[in-house]
Design a protein around this ligand. Structure first.
Ligand code: HEC
Length: 152
C-alpha cells in the first residue's frame, strides 16, 4: 500500500493523458487539483512546524503526514489533462503546458524528496535535525515548481 503510493507520487505527472477528460469536467478537475494542493499544504504546515520546533516533535505523526502528502500527490496526475489549460480559475502558467518535460522534471524532484522524507521518517531514531533537513529539501521542490510554472 505504502509502496504503491510512493511509486505513484514519483510518477506524479506521468498520468496526464487526455482520457481523464472523460472522467472530470475541466473546471472540476482544476478545483480537484487545487484541493489536493491544499491537502498537501496542510500536511506541509505540520511537518514544517515539527521540523522547526513550533509544534512538538513526534516522529510517528510526521511520518504519517508525509504518507498523507504522498497519497494526495498520487492523485494529481489525473487532474493535469490538456482541456484544463483554458480554465480561468487555474493558476498554472502556460509555460507548464508548453514545457511538459520541464514541469515533469520538477514533479520528479518533488516525488524523490517526498519519498526520502517518507523513508527516513519511518526509520528508528528519526529526529528533529533529520526532519529539518529532509523537510527543507522537500519544500524547496515545491517552490522550485511554483517559481517556474505557477502564477505568483
Ligand atoms: C511540479 C510542480 C509543482 C510542485 C512540485 C508543487 N506544486 Fe503546488 N502548484 C503547482 C501548480 C501548477 C499550481 C496551480 C494549480 C492550478 O491552479 O491549476 C499549484 C498550486 C498550489 C497551491 C494553491 C492551491 C489553490 O487553492 O489554488 C498550493 C497551496 C500548493 N500548490 C502547495 C504546494 C506544496 C505545499 C507543494 C510541495 C509539498 C507543492 N505545491 C508542490 C505546481 C506544483
Amino acid at each position: 500500500m505504502l509502496k504503491t503510493a510512493l511509486i505513484m507520487s514519483a510518477g506524479l505527472f506521468a498520468a496526464s493523458v487526455s482520457a481523464q477528460a472523460n472522467l472530470f469536467k475541466p473546471e472540476d478537475a482544476v478545483k480537484y487539483r487545487q484541493s489536493l494542493y491544499q491537502v498537501m499544504a496542510a500536511q506541509a504546515g505540520v511537518i514544517g512546524g515539527m521540523a522547526k520546533g513550533d509544534i512538538d516533535f513526534d516522529a510517528a505523526a510526521l511520518h504519517q503526514r508525509a504518507i498523507n502528502m504522498s497519497n494526495a500527490a498520487s492523485l494529481l496526475g489525473e487532474t493535469y489533462f490538456p482541456e484544463t489549460r483554458g480554465v480561468a480559475a487555474s493558476n498554472m502558467l502556460d509555460k507548464g503546458w508548453e514545457d511538459r518535460e520541464g514541469m515533469q522534471a520538477k514533479g520528479k524532484d518533488f516525488g524523490e524528496a517526498l519519498k526520502n522524507l517518507v523513508q527516513v521518517s519511518g526509520e528508528e531514531g528519526f529526529d528533529q535535525a533529520q526532519a529539518r533537513q529532509a523537510a527543507g529539501a522537500l519544500f524547496k521542490t515545491c517552490k522550485g515548481c511554483h517559481d517556474e510554472y505557477r502564477k505568483d
